[in-house]
Design a protein around this ligand. Structure first.
Ligand code: ZN
Length: 151
């Protein structure tokens, strides 16, 4: 069962890397943030359209490895329609999951498909790739305009 599940998660990440969702610049974006993971060469620009405390649209541009692209793709899907508070909670939950010890079962809580990234815990260098879009989201939600670096 465990193997089947990780295969499924693997496929999900491969699919989102090949066909990233929300890979565009939304016309009504009113919050942006840039993220940079120099260890891997991942760069992301995140665009949010936030109104009345709700994320109406989320999209991204940039280049990077499969993990960072898939993470950005699935994250933009996950936060659309969420309130800023809910998106912030998702950031915390994701961050906690990918930085928890790989030896323990991951706390996937309400993360749904995002649980696919629990597998990166076994590859410490990849944790920053998976986290980059989320740190960038965190900065965009805080309406910070400076560059985010995982270094
Ligand atoms: Zn990467």
């Amino acid at each position: 069962m465990t193997t089947d599940l990780s295969d499924l998660y693997q496929q999900l990440i491969v699919d989102h890397n090949r066909n990233p969702r929300n890979f565009r610049v939304p016309p009504d974006a009113n919050r942006t943030a840039e993220g940079d993971n120099p260890l891997c060469g991942d760069r992301i620009t995140l665009y949010l359209h936030v109104e009345d405390g709700r994320v109406l649209d989320a999209a991204f541009q940039g280049s990077g490895c499969a993990i960072s692209r898939a993470s950005a793709s699935m994250m933009t899907q996950a936060v659309q329609g969420k309130t800023e508070e809910e998106a912030g909670r998702l950031f915390k939950a994701f961050h906690t999951m990918v930085t928890s010890p790989a030896t323990a079962p991951p706390d996937t809580g309400d993360l749904g498909k995002l649980a696919a990234f629990a597998g990166v815990r076994a590859f410490p260098a990849r944790v920053k790739c998976a986290n980059l879009p989320w740190h960038t989201l965190h900065a965009a939600l805080a309406a910070k305009t400076e560059r985010v670096s995982t270094e």
